[in-house]
Unconditional design. Structure first.
Length: 105
């Protein structure tokens, strides 16, 4: 899923568990995590909406949540931001743990 300023608020408002990876093409750790995010998006299809938000192409959401460093992962459920926030490169295991925690909320 590619999140944009045009679609992200509607997706969050759906109430489904949402995982947003804030990234940029010039960010090495972001690029290293990209294949993991894509795999997890497929694995959790139907359970959670997982995708990427390019901070160089989109700005509204990054500004709203004061994204200062990337990669940053924010999560949402029931239309609201949760307290799960990951900053910096994360292992697949950590991401799976946090996504499962989000779904269980």
């Amino acid at each position: 899923m590619i999140f944009t300023d045009a679609n992200v608020n509607e997706i969050i408002a759906s109430g489904k568990p949402v995982v947003i990876d804030f990234w940029a093409t010039w960010c090495g750790p972001c690029m290293a995590m990209a294949p993991i995010i894509e795999e997890l998006a497929k694995e959790y299809e139907g359970k959670a909406v997982i995708g990427k938000y390019n901070i160089d192409e989109e700005t509204e959401l990054a500004s709203k949540y004061r994204i200062m460093s990337i990669p940053t992962i924010l999560t949402f459920k029931d239309g609201k931001k949760t307290n799960i926030r990951l900053v910096g490169a994360q292992s697949r295991e950590t991401l799976v743990e946090k996504i499962n925690e989000l779904i269980a909320m």
